[in-house]
Design a protein. Structure first.
Length: 154
């Protein structure tokens, strides 16, 4: 199917379907594209000089622009360890060699975190006091208790 064609759904004649996009980009020439927010399904395959360059791009992108999650696919344990260290330093969740779905909010279902609160995009965690305390207020209502007429005072 060409990019200007759309599938026909007789039961939903007004439906508009957007197919997934996988785009090949260059780390240097296309930085503005891959550092902008894109709503899926969109994936970028970013050409880099080598693994070390790839990890620098990951680190710098997350620190400057943020990310809810990152994924790495590698056969070498050394590369996976380096990616894990980079993700930890950058402050982003990492999924390694997944064969199924990627979960952008991978810990949200089982904890009070949305993101990590460790980078610009993942800044909503319910356990960060700055996030929590700004959303609470304390109110009181007071009334003087009437004095008892025959209080036993000693």
């Amino acid at each position: 199917m060409s990019p200007d064609q759309h599938p026909d759904f007789p039961d939903h004649p007004d439906a508009v379907v957007r197919t997934p996009l996988v785009a090949q980009l260059d780390a240097e020439a296309d930085e503005k594209t891959y550092t902008s927010e894109w709503f899926g399904p969109v994936s970028f395959v970013i050409a880099t000089d080598d693994t070390a360059h790839s990890l620098r791009v990951l680190h710098d992108t997350v620190r400057r622009h943020g990310a809810l999650t990152a994924c790495v696919y590698a056969t070498g344990e050394d590369v996976l360890a380096a990616a894990r260290a980079t993700a930890l330093e950058a402050g982003v969740h990492l999924s390694e060699n997944l064969t199924g779905d990627v979960f952008p909010n991978q810990s949200a279902a089982f904890s009070d975190f949305h993101g990590t609160s460790a980078n610009p995009a993942a800044n909503a965690t319910l356990t960060d006091p700055a996030f929590v305390t700004g959303r609470f207020a304390v109110l009181q209502s007071r009334r003087h208790a009437p004095a008892e007429e025959h209080a036993d005072v000693r």
